[in-house]
Design a protein around this ligand. Sequence first.
Ligand SMILES: [Ca+2]
Ligand SMILES: [Ca+2]
Ligand SMILES: [Ca+2]
Length: 462
Amino acid sequence: MLNQIKSLRIVLSLLIVGISYQISLGQCDTINQPNVFNESEYFANMNWDPIDDAVSYDIRYRMQGATDWIDDNTTDTIYTFINLMACASYEVQVKVNCSASDSGFGTSSFFTTKGCGQCLDLDYCESFGNMTDQIYIDSFGMSSIQNLSGDNGGYENFANTYTTELLAGSSYNFSLLFGSPVNVNSYSKIWIDYNMDGDFEDDNELVFDQGEAQANIQIDSSFTVPDTIVEGMTRMRVSTTRSAINFEGQGPCDMLTNGEVEDYCVNLANFLGECFNVTGLDTTFLSQTQVSIIWDAFEDPGNGIGYNYQYKELEQADDEWEVASTLDTFADFNTLTACVTYEFQVRTICKFDSSDWSPSLVIRTKGCSTDLEELSEDLSNVTLYPNPVNDAFFLEFYALKSEDLTIELIDQTGRVVKNYQMQMTPGRNQFSFNQLENLGSGLYYLRMRSPQKQLVRKFTKF
Ligand SMILES: [Ca+2]
Ligand SMILES: [Ca+2]
Ligand SMILES: [Ca+2]
């Protein structure tokens, strides 16, 4: 809108001074090499300078070496990457969408997530092929490692470029394809430093041994991760040699006369862990344009590493969810509209997936003409019990004066499902509510309204 007004102003001013030539709608500048910062194991942030004519920005990113892009879109000039893989390099580009055209994707930025841990910190022995004219590793594929590496001249360390998760006790298929210009027999081994002591010599660390040299140019096989491993990022070594020359001597630290070695980082985990749903979603601040929400921190983090939160106008089919992510257990929304009912949801981001979205927290911003002041000084020690509620509960509080009191039970969609007229008296008040067995189970709000005040409590009906 701002941009349309700007364009209109340009048109008007040009008309006023009587100049007539083709009027451009404004430039849709290109964003090159956006700024990536705060890289962690699973998150990173990115920002760029705003473009005057921009309506929105397209973002695409991929793990370095991958062919497919992951696409996203935002109206902000800051973007948070979530669910990244630890110890991996990514490429990212931004495209500016203007009202009349787009800029095309600009040049790439590259960034690397943290978390390589022992895989890069430990000094592993060298192993490499002296020559590759007879055989080299043309590609290696296993889960999210899909590396068309080609001839790397005898050795390449693909830590940062390709990585995957390996669970204790699980089996993994892999595929090895050789480049062999002279079609020699091949002999291959794979090691993983399961106990993370910087060598490949311990029990079970030779995870694949081809056994007999073969002229096949492709091997499809599998191995099983032991039940007992050390969790974290460790080194995996894939080695192929020309069998006739160096059959006996293919240890994890050997120089191969003709062949190739590729190293990778793999993330060992004991179990997937649970991806728990978010609980305890509540409001901590409310004004005409601002809402702050809070939720329970993980008691048992399971697999959780952070949160997504989203909001939109309630029951507005054409209003899309605005999604963001955080490592905190709260979120602030500062650009809302007065007297509008919004719904908010939160979910857990886990290492390998995400939880379900929480049930919606429904909040109407202040500023409606019928709003009462939200003050609780006339009421104190408000308690509602038992909670969760079956078919009855008590409401107890202390009041300073005698006043009419309206009590409403409101469901999650904001609908008033019960309405009671009461009289409160100075001192301790206790009211009982029963015959609630017909209410559906879920989260409810109890709103107390006096002529000047209102107070909200929530409860769960089971
Ligand atoms: Ca290779
Ligand atoms: Ca070891
Ligand atoms: Ca050892």
